[in-house]
Write a protein that binds this ligand. Sequence first.
Ligand code: ADP
Ligand code: MG
Length: 140
Amino acid sequence: MSLKKTLSIIKPDAIKSKYHGKIVDFLENKGFKILAHKKLKLSKPQAEAFYEIHKERPFYNDLVDFMISGEVVVQVLEAENAVLYYREVMGDTNPEKAGNDTLRKLYGRNIQCNAVHGSDSDDNASKEISFFFNKLELIN
Ligand code: ADP
Ligand code: MG
Protein backbone atom coordinates (compact mmCIF):
# COMPACT_ATOMS: atom_id res chain seq x y z
CA MET A 1 0.00 0.00 0.00
CA SER A 2 1.42 3.37 -0.95
CA LEU A 3 -0.24 6.36 0.63
CA LYS A 4 0.21 9.55 -1.35
CA LYS A 5 -0.86 13.17 -1.02
CA THR A 6 -2.71 15.57 -3.27
CA LEU A 7 -3.76 19.21 -3.00
CA SER A 8 -7.44 20.06 -3.12
CA ILE A 9 -9.01 23.51 -3.36
CA ILE A 10 -12.70 24.07 -2.71
CA LYS A 11 -13.27 26.95 -5.12
CA PRO A 12 -15.16 30.23 -4.47
CA ASP A 13 -18.36 29.08 -6.22
CA ALA A 14 -18.70 26.08 -3.87
CA ILE A 15 -17.88 28.07 -0.73
CA LYS A 16 -20.46 30.74 -1.69
CA SER A 17 -23.05 28.01 -2.26
CA LYS A 18 -22.31 26.63 1.23
CA TYR A 19 -21.08 23.28 -0.11
CA HIS A 20 -17.97 23.28 2.10
CA GLY A 21 -19.37 20.86 4.69
CA LYS A 22 -20.92 18.57 2.09
CA ILE A 23 -17.61 18.36 0.21
CA VAL A 24 -15.66 17.54 3.39
CA ASP A 25 -18.21 14.76 4.16
CA PHE A 26 -17.94 13.43 0.61
CA LEU A 27 -14.13 13.31 0.83
CA GLU A 28 -14.19 11.48 4.15
CA ASN A 29 -16.79 9.02 2.86
CA LYS A 30 -14.52 8.35 -0.13
CA GLY A 31 -11.74 7.40 2.27
CA PHE A 32 -9.47 10.42 2.14
CA LYS A 33 -7.64 11.49 5.27
CA ILE A 34 -7.48 15.28 5.57
CA LEU A 35 -3.91 16.08 6.63
CA ALA A 36 -4.30 19.86 6.52
CA HIS A 37 -7.20 22.24 5.96
CA LYS A 38 -7.50 26.02 5.91
CA LYS A 39 -9.67 28.80 4.52
CA LEU A 40 -8.10 31.79 2.84
CA LYS A 41 -8.62 34.44 0.17
CA LEU A 42 -6.07 34.43 -2.62
CA SER A 43 -4.51 37.68 -3.80
CA LYS A 44 -4.17 38.26 -7.53
CA PRO A 45 -0.40 37.62 -7.57
CA GLN A 46 -0.93 34.42 -5.57
CA ALA A 47 -3.61 33.11 -7.95
CA GLU A 48 -1.49 34.07 -10.98
CA ALA A 49 1.48 32.19 -9.53
CA PHE A 50 -0.58 29.12 -8.61
CA TYR A 51 -2.00 28.84 -12.15
CA GLU A 52 1.22 29.89 -13.90
CA ILE A 53 1.19 26.64 -15.96
CA HIS A 54 -2.03 27.83 -17.63
CA LYS A 55 -0.66 31.30 -18.45
CA GLU A 56 -0.94 30.81 -22.22
CA ARG A 57 -4.43 29.31 -22.15
CA PRO A 58 -7.32 31.55 -23.25
CA PHE A 59 -9.17 31.09 -19.95
CA TYR A 60 -6.23 32.12 -17.72
CA ASN A 61 -7.29 35.68 -16.86
CA ASP A 62 -10.88 34.67 -16.18
CA LEU A 63 -9.67 31.76 -14.07
CA VAL A 64 -7.49 34.05 -11.94
CA ASP A 65 -10.37 36.54 -11.49
CA PHE A 66 -12.69 33.69 -10.51
CA MET A 67 -10.23 32.24 -7.99
CA ILE A 68 -9.86 35.62 -6.23
CA SER A 69 -13.61 36.33 -6.25
CA GLY A 70 -14.14 34.81 -2.80
CA GLU A 71 -12.78 32.57 -0.09
CA VAL A 72 -11.34 29.15 -0.87
CA VAL A 73 -10.50 26.15 1.30
CA VAL A 74 -7.21 24.42 0.62
CA GLN A 75 -6.61 20.89 1.84
CA VAL A 76 -3.96 18.21 1.74
CA LEU A 77 -5.63 14.86 1.14
CA GLU A 78 -4.06 11.47 1.72
CA ALA A 79 -5.12 8.20 0.10
CA GLU A 80 -3.68 5.38 -1.92
CA ASN A 81 -2.71 6.90 -5.30
CA ALA A 82 -4.22 10.15 -4.05
CA VAL A 83 -3.65 12.22 -7.21
CA LEU A 84 -5.34 9.81 -9.60
CA TYR A 85 -8.01 8.80 -7.12
CA TYR A 86 -8.97 12.42 -6.36
CA ARG A 87 -9.23 13.18 -10.07
CA GLU A 88 -11.75 10.33 -10.31
CA VAL A 89 -13.64 11.61 -7.28
CA MET A 90 -13.74 15.16 -8.76
CA GLY A 91 -14.88 14.03 -12.21
CA ASP A 92 -14.37 15.76 -15.55
CA THR A 93 -13.32 19.44 -15.64
CA ASN A 94 -16.70 20.15 -17.25
CA PRO A 95 -19.47 19.25 -14.74
CA GLU A 96 -21.78 18.38 -17.66
CA LYS A 97 -19.39 15.60 -18.64
CA ALA A 98 -18.61 14.46 -15.10
CA GLY A 99 -19.88 11.06 -13.97
CA ASN A 100 -22.60 10.63 -11.38
CA ASP A 101 -21.40 10.64 -7.78
CA THR A 102 -18.50 12.99 -8.54
CA LEU A 103 -17.89 16.31 -6.82
CA ARG A 104 -18.07 18.32 -10.00
CA LYS A 105 -21.34 16.67 -11.10
CA LEU A 106 -22.88 17.27 -7.69
CA TYR A 107 -21.51 20.73 -6.89
CA GLY A 108 -20.01 22.27 -10.05
CA ARG A 109 -21.89 24.87 -12.08
CA ASN A 110 -19.91 25.06 -15.34
CA ILE A 111 -16.46 24.42 -16.80
CA GLN A 112 -14.99 27.37 -14.91
CA CYS A 113 -16.97 27.27 -11.67
CA ASN A 114 -16.44 23.57 -11.15
CA ALA A 115 -16.30 23.43 -7.33
CA VAL A 116 -12.87 21.88 -6.79
CA HIS A 117 -9.25 21.75 -7.88
CA GLY A 118 -7.03 18.68 -7.63
CA SER A 119 -3.36 18.25 -8.52
CA ASP A 120 -2.62 16.45 -11.80
CA SER A 121 0.63 14.61 -10.94
CA ASP A 122 2.68 13.62 -7.89
CA ASP A 123 5.30 16.27 -8.76
CA ASN A 124 2.71 19.01 -9.06
CA ALA A 125 1.02 17.80 -5.86
CA SER A 126 4.30 18.34 -3.95
CA LYS A 127 4.73 21.80 -5.47
CA GLU A 128 1.11 22.79 -4.81
CA ILE A 129 1.22 21.49 -1.23
CA SER A 130 4.35 23.56 -0.48
CA PHE A 131 2.70 26.56 -2.13
CA PHE A 132 0.06 26.60 0.64
CA PHE A 133 1.46 24.69 3.62
CA ASN A 134 4.69 24.43 5.55
CA LYS A 135 5.82 21.23 7.27
CA LEU A 136 4.46 22.25 10.66
CA GLU A 137 0.95 22.52 9.23
CA LEU A 138 0.92 18.95 7.90
CA ILE A 139 -0.06 15.95 9.98
CA ASN A 140 2.45 13.20 9.29
P1 ADP B 1 -8.62 20.55 -14.12
O1 ADP B 1 -9.02 21.51 -13.02
O2 ADP B 1 -9.67 19.51 -14.36
O3 ADP B 1 -7.24 19.96 -13.90
P2 ADP B 1 -7.42 22.31 -16.10
O4 ADP B 1 -6.14 22.13 -15.34
O5 ADP B 1 -7.39 22.05 -17.57
O6 ADP B 1 -8.58 21.39 -15.48
O7 ADP B 1 -7.97 23.79 -15.90
C1 ADP B 1 -7.82 24.47 -14.67
C2 ADP B 1 -9.11 25.18 -14.36
O8 ADP B 1 -9.34 26.19 -15.33
C3 ADP B 1 -10.38 24.32 -14.41
O9 ADP B 1 -10.62 23.56 -13.25
C4 ADP B 1 -11.45 25.36 -14.64
O10 ADP B 1 -11.78 26.07 -13.43
C5 ADP B 1 -10.74 26.32 -15.58
N1 ADP B 1 -11.00 25.98 -17.01
C6 ADP B 1 -10.51 24.90 -17.69
N2 ADP B 1 -10.94 24.89 -18.97
C7 ADP B 1 -11.72 26.00 -19.11
C8 ADP B 1 -12.45 26.55 -20.19
N3 ADP B 1 -12.47 25.98 -21.40
N4 ADP B 1 -13.13 27.70 -19.96
C9 ADP B 1 -13.13 28.30 -18.75
N5 ADP B 1 -12.44 27.83 -17.68
C10 ADP B 1 -11.75 26.69 -17.85
MG1 MG C 1 -5.40 20.94 -13.79
